[in-house]
Design a protein around this ligand. Structure first.
Ligand SMILES: Cc1ncc(COP(=O)(O)O)c(C=O)c1O
Length: 392
């Protein structure tokens, strides 16, 4: 395979405290797996981020941090340029991770026993942040349509009518890869305004819409929708900085903002990591071109997997994603029982995918494949899958 792109560079991540590479054997029960599970990428971030971290590291003193104005300015400019969303600086808050931010918001805005809506198949912590905090999950499953998924808006309205305070929304959607259209978002927005439901809009994948798709922040649609929305974004997926724990929480409504901030104080979660701060600012300021190239590379990875997989078997199809770097692989036609499917790929192919069942019962027969890696690793995965499927 020609080495034409910086993203083709293979970097050995073993023994680097990587959950994806160093944690796979323990989780899947086998050594030497090709890890295509945890959602981070095997790419270096923009050089500007590495330079900023290196400069901060060589300073040599890592005392308590103070969030600089320049970080807020970088985030605000990014939202304006990349998402056509102008925010007031006072709306912008931070949390270490998006998931820890979701927990703070849930604790701030609901009481034990309250019902919270999610839309499976969905990122597994959407279940756990609700359930582990004594709240109750109410599901509004997505509906399969034309090779992808849509929201079930009439059912959502029924649920809202029955009385819920909060919904956790995934936009773009992990794992199905939808980049919701303005029309779809407006339908959701109308409901949340009419029924007074607050939405925690997890937009961590916002920057990774493919070139032919445009992500729209839910809260950017109207002042009324903004008043009911808390938006979570981060440089973590965008620039592959997840281990630095620096996320953005955007809250236009003052009452919601005060409640969120008070909860963050109670949990003593208001601090950021000095490396996260400098890396985020540098990446937002100087990472645009890197990101455009990354998206092109990811689109190439998607086409590569689709084409090669089609040569091996018609029994596995990829739900056509519109963004993200995770593929929702439909393996239902393989005829392997859903409970055995993940271990089939582990044992026969030596590949660690995320089991579809983690994303809810609708994930039965699916696996999630991470394509945020050099293409040569995808080639290896395809060869391994080909052998496994020929044998079985
Ligand atoms: C939808 C979604 N939200 C949040 C996260 C993780 O966020 P963090 O690591 O900042 O808690 C992920 C990671 O895959 C994700 O897909």
């Amino acid at each position: 395979m020609d080495c034409q792109s910086p993203f083709d560079q293979l970097i050995d991540r073993r023994n680097s405290q990587s959950a994806k590479w160093d944690g796979a054997a323990e989780v899947f029960g086998q050594e030497d797996l090709l890890p295509m599970w945890v959602a981070d990428m095997d790419f270096r971030p923009p050089e500007a981020a590495i330079r900023a971290i290196t400069a901060r590291a060589t300073h040599g003193i890592y005392g308590y941090e103070r969030k600089p104005e320049s970080l807020s300015e970088a985030v605000i400019d990014w939202l304006k340029i990349r998402h056509d969303w102008v925010i007031d600086p006072i709306w912008l808050n931070h949390s270490p991770g998006v998931v820890s931010g979701l927990v703070s918001a849930i604790l701030a805005l609901t009481d034990p026993g309250d019902r919270i809506v999610i839309q499976p198949p969905v990122y597994p912590p959407f279940y756990s942040v609700v359930e582990q905090n004594g709240r109750v999950v109410v599901t509004n499953p997505l509906v399969e349509a034309n090779g992808n998924y849509v929201m079930n808006i009439p059912e959502l309205e029924e649920i809202f009518r029955s009385g819920v305070k909060l919904m956790v929304f995934c936009s773009p959607h992990n794992p199905v890869g939808r980049v919701w259209t303005k029309k779809e978002l407006l339908a959701l927005g109308e409901l949340i305004v009419n029924y007074g439901v607050t939405v925690l809009s997890d937009e961590i994948w916002a920057d990774l819409a493919f070139h032919s798709h445009q992500h729209t922040p839910l809260a950017s649609l109207s002042p009324g929708i903004a008043e009911r929305t808390i938006t979570f974004m981060a440089p973590s997926k965008t620039f592959n900085l997840a281990g630095l724990y620096m996320s953005n929480v955007i809250i236009p409504n003052q009452e919601l903002r005060d409640r969120f901030c008070a909860q963050v104080q109670r949990l003593a979660q208001g601090h950021l990591n000095v490396f996260g701060i400098v890396a985020a600012e540098a990446a937002y300021r100087e990472g645009k071109e890197w990101l455009d190239h990354l998206i092109t590379y990811l689109e190439g990875n998607l086409h590569y997997v689709q084409e090669e997989l089609a040569k091996i078997t018609p029994k596995i199809t990829i739900v056509q994603p519109e963004g993200t770097y995770v593929l929702w692989m439909d393996c239902r036609n393989l005829g392997i029982p859903a409970e055995e499917l993940n271990q089939f790929f582990v044992r026969k192919a030596g590949i660690a995918f995320n089991d579809g069942l983690m994303f809810g019962p609708m994930g039965a027969g699916f696996q999630r494949m991470n394509i945020g890696c050099p293409r040569s690793l995808l080639q290896e995965a395809i060869e391994r899958m080909s052998k496994a499927l020929a044998d079985y």
